[in-house]
Design a protein around this ligand. Structure first.
Ligand SMILES: *Cc1c(COP(=O)(O)O)cnc(C)c1O
Length: 496
């Protein structure tokens, strides 16, 4: 399939090439030229053969590779997950299911796409006969960084540099990153918040002199952030899978709608659900759940995006974002695929910190989306309540979705079966989860993990316990705006 840019839809290129490139030259994001159709029956049949088969079935709609190659790719990508189901669905009540997307190597939903993306990049280098290797630059609010590092580590012809906000990630998240092994990996903290780190990376992408430097070192730039089309496509698959599973288990008839409630930050995960809907999966409402950084709630409720506001650090750091990059892909659709309109809105975002969409566009959004947010107190009490009521432990991000789902039901009385999307293992955010369940404040993350296990009987994943003794390999911090120096050091280390 060919993809086009949200800011210039006149030029197209094959999806794999776009994945190698990361972001369009005009600064826009790559989107499919059209939404391919998914036949429900076929999807259900693929899902019966297991997650890897279904994922290949969805990837094949977008990616210029053969089905056999894609099957091999997804089988390998999901083999490191700790459950054969890959994405188990837990039933909380007659109307509510939880889709667990955190069974991959780094315990967050980012693995769903980041175990696939490096393999797509490898294939793309081959198929499109690229002579440059790929240097992946990534800003992370916590989970992307580790998942990208694990996905790319020691993948031939790739290098990866990850930036995280120095005080903006949870202790376990930081430890996961700074202990990363692999010859082609580099991690640095940035003095600033996630938006600063992300803006720094975006600026490097737009810096011609820097690009020439990277080129001379034998690399071309790409991104592992959710702006990369190769992140989006694997994420569509689990929405299709969840739908097919509910039908297979007789919870719904094929064709009946299902809602999805998604804890949202950069708008990548929920956008994939929107894509699944556009491809023919019967989705009712997409419930966009935000934490106290509720810029998206305001956008959906008022049609006005305003990033010029206070930034809060919350217990769900992977959602602490004011500039939701992937929203641009939705804007492209609601503008009627008008690249000029998208350009205007994105320019206004940079120059004025926001933009307004016309009332007709806002009203159209309402048919697909519902949005709300939860405070820190509400998030903590959702963890406590879900454990008390169902014996089911959720992390701080999933709790935001759970809390907003409860608000949604209260507000609308909608009884459509709803899948709450669970994005991280609770032990990644041990201290806050412990405090929510038992009321106990524990300074030490590892002692907190032991206490949480004692209180809930939920097993501590090996990826968490081993962090206690792993050596720290990446201790660097760069000033905001100076991410270039870290990349230069990486290129120096890489021996060029
Ligand atoms: C990244 C992340 C999110 C937010 O997902 P987006 O695609 O950025 O909206 C939510 N929860 C967790 C645990 C994450 O890692």
């Amino acid at each position: 399939m060919q993809v086009i840019s949200t800011r210039d839809s006149s030029k197209s290129m094959p999806a794999l090439k776009a994945i190698l490139q990361g972001i369009a030259e005009d600064g826009g994001l790559f989107v499919p030229e059209y939404f391919p159709r998914l036949e429900l029956k076929q999807a259900a049949e693929a899902a019966e053969k297991g997650y890897a088969e279904l994922a290949a079935f969805v990837l094949e709609k977008f990616i210029d590779m053969g089905m056999d190659e894609l099957r091999a790719l997804t089988k390998e990508a999901y083999s490191s997950f700790d459950t054969e189901e890959v994405v188990p669905l837990a039933e909380l009540s007659a109307d509510e299911y939880v889709m667990e997307l955190y069974h991959g190597p780094t315990l967050a939903f980012k693995d769903m796409a980041l175990q696939v993306l490096p393999r797509l990049i490898s294939a793309g280098l081959d198929i499109h006969k690229q002579d440059k290797d790929v240097l992946v630059l990534t800003a992370t609010s916590g989970d992307t960084g580790k998942a990208a590092l694990e996905g790319f580590k020691d993948v031939p012809r790739t290098g990866i540099v990850v930036f995280f906000p120095v005080d903006g990630v949870a202790p376990m998240q930081r430890l996961q990153m700074v202990t990363q092994d692999g010859k082609n990996t580099y991690v640095s903290a940035v003095e600033g918040n996630f938006d600063d780190a992300q803006t720094g990376v975006k600026n490097l992408f737009g810096d011609a002199a820097f690009r020439a430097e990277v080129d001379a070192a034998g690399y071309s730039l790409s991104s592992a952030n959710s702006i990369n089309f190769g992140r989006l496509v694997p994420q569509v698959a689990y929405y299709v899978y969840a739908y097919a599973k509910l039908a297979q288990e007789g919870r719904i008839e094929l064709g009946e709608p299902v809602n999805f409630c998604v804890p949202t930050g950069n708008f990548g995960n929920i956008l994939a659900a929107y894509y699944a809907k556009r491809m023919g999966i019967p989705v009712g409402k997409l419930i966009c759940a935000s934490n106290k950084n509720n810029v998206l709630t305001d956008f959906f409720q008022r049609g006005s995006y305003n990033a010029d506001r206070e930034f809060f650090k919350t217990m769900s750091p992977s959602m602490d974002i004011l500039i939701s990059s992937n929203l641009e892909r939705l804007l492209f659709e609601i503008s009627g695929r008008e690249d000029g309109t998208v350009r205007q809105w994105m320019d206004a975002l940079v120059s004025k910190g926001g933009y307004d969409v016309p009332e007709s566009a806002r009203a159209e959004l309402e048919t697909d989306f519902y949005a709300d947010f939860c405070t820190e107190e509400e998030t903590a009490s959702a963890i406590k309540r879900t454990f008390a009521e169902y014996g089911y432990l959720i992390d701080t991000h999933t709790a935001v979705a759970q809390c907003v789902y409860e608000k949604y039901v209260k507000d609308t009385a909608d009884a459509t079966p709803t899948v709450v999307v669970s994005t991280a293992n609770p032990y990644k955010f041990t201290q806050d989860v412990l405090a929510a369940v038992t009321g106990e404040q524990e300074e030490d993350a590892f002692i907190a993990a032991d206490k949480l296990r004692a209180a809930t009987a939920k097993a501590i994943p090996a990826q968490i316990s081993e962090l206690k003794t792993k050596p720290v390999l990446h201790g660097g911090v760069v000033a905001k705006g100076d991410q270039i120096s870290a990349v230069r050091e990486f290129l120096g280390k890489a021996g060029v």
